[in-house]
Design a protein around this ligand. Structure first.
Ligand code: PLP
Length: 372
C-alpha cells in the first residue's frame, strides 16, 4: 500500500488504539526501579484505579504481555494436562482460546455458534448438565465479529457448577460494561492497548477465590513465567514477579486516572453513543452489521461489505487516501468485512471524520464495481 496524501496519521484499528497525549507524556518519564518506592506506589494506585473498571475487589495483577499471553496464562494456571475446558466459540478469538488450550494439553471441547452470534445461557446449561468440565472459557467482546456475550447470564450458569468461568475481555474492558464479581467471572484477563488507551505490552488478570483453589493445584500444570501464584506473592508487595514494563505502567496509571476523571459511567456511555452513531452512519452508506447477536459491541464496528466491494480494498483506500488505518480480517472473512475501533480516546469528531472518509471510499469503490 502506498500513501497518496499528507493528512495526519489516524490509528482507527480495533486495537492498538490511539494513545492520549497525557498518557504519552507519562510513558516518556524516567525509567524507575521496579522494586523501589516511587514505582510500587504507582502499582498500588493503578490497582485501585483498575478495580472499579473490572468491577472487582480482587487484586489486579500485571504482566509484560499482549492479550494472547494473558489468554495462555489463564488456561495454564486453571487447568492441568488432561483436564477439560469448554470453549464457547463464535469468532477468531474463541478459536484462539481452543488452540492455546490444545497446545497446553488441555482436553478441549467447543460449544460453537455461527460467527456473529453467541452461545446462550440455556445452551450452556444444557451442555454442562450432560458433561463435566473444569472451566468454561469465553470471549467477552469478540473483536472479529462485533458480538458481545451475555456474561451475566453465562456466569449464573457456571456459578451453579464446580467449573470456573474464564473470560477474555481484551477488547471490551473499559468500553463495554464489566462487573466481574457480580457476574461470577472467575478469571478475567485483558490488555493495555485497546479501550484502556495505552500502547501494547501490558496485560492484566484478576482472579476469584473459587479460581484460586484451582490455580493452587499443581497436577499436570506447566507454568513458570505465567504462574499466578508468583504474581500474587509479588502483588502483595505492589510489584510484579518479573521486571515490569515500568513506563507502560506509568502510562496505564495515567490512562485510568483519565477514565476516573471522566467518570466510569460516562466513559461507557460515550462508547455506546459513539458506536451507535458510527454504526448508524455505516448503515446509511449501505454497510450492515456483521454481528447478529443481541448485544453488539460498543468498542468495535464490524461491517459486512455490499455486493461487489472488497473489504481489503476499503482498508487500502482509507490508508492511501486518508491516512486512516482500519482493519479487515485475517481469517475466512478476509475481504468480506471491515473492522474499525470505536474505543478508547475517541470523540464525536473522530467518528464524523471516519464516516466522511468511509463515505468517499465507498462511493469510489462502488462506482468502480459498477463500471467493472
Ligand atoms: N482477545 C481479543 C478479544 C482480541 O481482540 C485480541 C486482539 O485483537 C486478543 C485477544 C489478542 O490480543 P494480542 O493481539 O494483544 O495478543
Amino acid at each position: 500500500m502506498t500513501r497518496k496524501n499528507t493528512l495526519p496519521y489516524r490509528l482507527r484499528l480495533p486495537g492498538p488504539t490511539a494513545v492520549p497525549e497525557r498518557v504519552q507524556k507519562a510513558i516518556a518519564g524516567p525509567v524507575l526501579n521496579h522494586r523501589g518506592p516511587e514505582f510500587t506506589d504507582i502499582v498500588k494506585a493503578t490497582v485501585s484505579l483498575a478495580q472499579p473498571i473490572l468491577g472487582t475487589e480482587n487484586d489486579v495483577m500485571f504482566f509484560a504481555s499482549s492479550g494472547t499471553g494473558m489468554m495462555e496464562a489463564a488456561l495454564a494456571n486453571a487447568l492441568g494436562e488432561g483436564e477439560r475446558a469448554l470453549v464457547l466459540s463464535y469468532g477468531a478469538f474463541g478459536e484462539r482460546f481452543s488452540s492455546i488450550a490444545k497446545a497446553l494439553g488441555i482436553e478441549t471441547e467447543q460449544l460453537a455458534a455461527p460467527w456473529g452470534e453467541t452461545v446462550s445461557a440455556s445452551q450452556l446449561e444444557e451442555k454442562l448438565r450432560e458433561n463435566n468440565f473444569q472451566a468454561v472459557v469465553v470471549v467477552h467482546n469478540e473483536s472479529s465479529t462485533g458480538a458481545v456475550s451475555d456474561l451475566e447470564a453465562l456466569g449464573k450458569v457456571v456459578g451453579n457448577t464446580d467449573a470456573i468461568l474464564i473470560v477474555d475481555s481484551v477488547s471490551g474492558l473499559g468500553g463495554v460494561e464489566m462487573r466481574q464479581d457480580d457476574w461470577g467471572v472467575d478469571i478475567l484477563v485483558s490488555a493495555s492497548q485497546k479501550a484502556l488507551m495505552c500502547p501494547p505490552g501490558l496485560g492484566l488478570a484478576s482472579i476469584s477465590d473459587k479460581a484460586w483453589d484451582r490455580v493452587e493445584q499443581e497436577a499436570g500444570k506447566k507454568r513458570y513465567y505465567w504462574d499466578f501464584r508468583k504474581a500474587r506473592d509479588s502483588a502483595a508487595k505492589d510489584q510484579t514477579a518479573f521486571t515490569t514494563p515500568v513506563t507502560l505502567m506509568c502510562g496505564l496509571n495515567e490512562a485510568l486516572t483519565m477514565m476516573h476523571e471522566e467518570g466510569l459511567d460516562n466513559v461507557l456511555r460515550r462508547h455506546e453513543q459513539l458506536s451507535d452513531t458510527f454504526r448508524a452512519g455505516g448503515h446509511a452508506l449501505g454497510l450492515s452489521d456483521f454481528a447478529r447477536a443481541a448485544t453488539k459491541s460498543n468498542t468495535v464496528a464490524v461491517f459486512s461489505m455490499p455486493e461487489g466491494v472488497d473489504g481489503n480494498a476499503v482498508v487500502a483506500h482509507m490508508y492511501e487516501h486518508f491516512n486512516t488505518v482500519i482493519a479487515g480480517a485475517r481469517n475466512w472473512l478476509s475481504g468480506k468485512v471491515i473492522r474499525i475501533g470505536t474505543m478508547g480516546h475517541i470523540s464525536q469528531t473522530d467518528i464524523e471524520t471516519d464516516l466522511k472518509y468511509l463515505a468517499s471510499t465507498m462511493q469510489y469503490l462502488s462506482a468502480s464495481a459498477k463500471n467493472g
